[in-house]
Design a protein around this ligand. Sequence first.
Ligand SMILES: Nc1ncnc2c1ncn2[C@@H]1O[C@H](COP(=O)(O)OP(=O)(O)OP(=O)(O)O)[C@@H](O)[C@H]1O
Ligand SMILES: [Mg+2]
Ligand SMILES: [Zn+2]
Length: 153
Amino acid sequence: MKEIRVAPIRNGTVIDHITAGQALNVLKILGVNEHSIDSTISVVIKVPSQKGMKWKDVVKLEDRELDPETVDKIALIAPNATIVIIRDYYVAEKYKVKLADKIVGLARCSNPHCITNMGEPVAPEFNVVSRDPLKLRCAYCDRKLTNISDNLL
Ligand SMILES: Nc1ncnc2c1ncn2[C@@H]1O[C@H](COP(=O)(O)OP(=O)(O)OP(=O)(O)O)[C@@H](O)[C@H]1O
Ligand SMILES: [Mg+2]
Ligand SMILES: [Zn+2]
């Protein structure tokens, strides 16, 4: 028997297999705040996962689909997340988030003297140094980005 923790949604998006503990950062990426909520959002934190990782978080969004930039940001804090599009209660599409080799315009460099923080028209850019655990290095000043979720744009 499938365990049901939240009511099924008719249309919307399930963000599944989120790294346990990252659901609140996913909500931050989605721009969820008291003024922006216009449909039901279900958040499940630390439930058992059958897939490799022992625990996961899940976020279910009714009547909402995600743009590619949002999905790319989610990949930065939840590299194993799955995006599931629900239409008429069924899984219509499912894909894994994917981390590019270069992260452009998604996070700011933590070095205040970096060219990307000087008001110049230079988009912040990071090279992926390691994927597991994720390590990013600024393409301009070489500074390691230590707290990715706090520096998301
Ligand atoms: N109508 C729905 N409303 C809410 N959540 C749904 C709905 N349909 C599927 N889901 C959720 O979407 C995710 C993917 O559904 P699927 O049926 O593919 O599960 P699965 O076989 O466990 O997939 P996976 O192998 O990716 O974990 C699951 O977390 C499931 O609970
Ligand atoms: Mg599953
Ligand atoms: Zn920099």
